[in-house]
Design a protein around this ligand. Structure first.
Ligand SMILES: [Zn+2]
Ligand SMILES: [Zn+2]
Ligand SMILES: [Zn+2]
Length: 209
């Protein structure tokens, strides 16, 4: 592998990550959380909206996690990996006009995105102590998604939390939210940090965050 190819590959990977982050953000914000032109006319899009905004968020509004998943029943946690390349085909075609190698990297990134989404989203809502469940990056994503379920108009990224920060839709956790996440095992805290947060929550009356 020569140097020029390695440099190109790094660029294709980075550009694909960023693009997938923005697609994830917009699909989640515009199609999964809103009734729109498409969902008013097409049963498939209407089903995507209802499955996520009503079924998934309805089920996981009061609590963030429940019992391990039973086969065939996952409360709309998982995406269909096989359909991913079809859904993103328009993007792939435009990218292929620039570079077919980049288009291949993009398709691979979309598949990785869907595969990772399924693994981590399942562990978030139906914890089974999977190997990655104690890794820092996973805990960061789990906290990001926990706050999405508290504030459904924030934190639309699940796998690549980049677009939320660029577009200003990232939620900042309050002291009581930090304590809740700590209680779920998503936020490791030292004794000092824990007492500081408990103190902060006592001073702010409930419902004022
Ligand atoms: Zn969720
Ligand atoms: Zn959502
Ligand atoms: Zn909040």
């Amino acid at each position: 592998m020569n140097f020029e190819f390695a440099l190109n590959l790094a660029w294709w990977l980075l550009a694909s990550c960023c693009l997938v982050s923005f697609i994830e953000h917009q699909v989640h914000a515009q199609l999964m959380h809103k009734r729109n032109f498409l969902s008013n006319r097409d049963k498939g899009f209407e089903r995507v909206f209802k499955a996520h905004a009503i079924e998934h968020h309805g089920h996981y509004s009061a609590m963030f996690s429940d019992e391990p998943v039973t086969p065939g029943e996952d409360k709309e946690i998982r995406l269909n990996v096989h359909k991913a390349p079809i859904k993103t085909l328009p993007f792939t075609l435009v990218i292929a006009l620039v570079s077919w190698q980049w288009a291949l990297v993009f398709v691979a990134m979309v598949l990785v995105h869907h595969w990772v989404w399924n693994k981590i989203h399942l562990e978030m809502h139906k914890p089974e102590g999977r190997v990655f469940s104690t890794w820092g990056p996973y805990l960061f994503l789990a906290r990001h998604h926990y706050l999405h379920h508290v504030h459904p108009n924030k934190n639309f990224n699940v796998v690549f939390p980049f677009a939320d920060y660029v577009l200003g839709t990232n939620a900042k956790a309050t002291a009581s939210e930090k304590l809740d996440m700590h209680g779920l095992g998503l936020l490791p805290l030292s004794g000092t940090e824990l007492r500081y947060l408990q103190h902060a929550v006592v001073k702010v009356p409930a419902g004022k965050n």
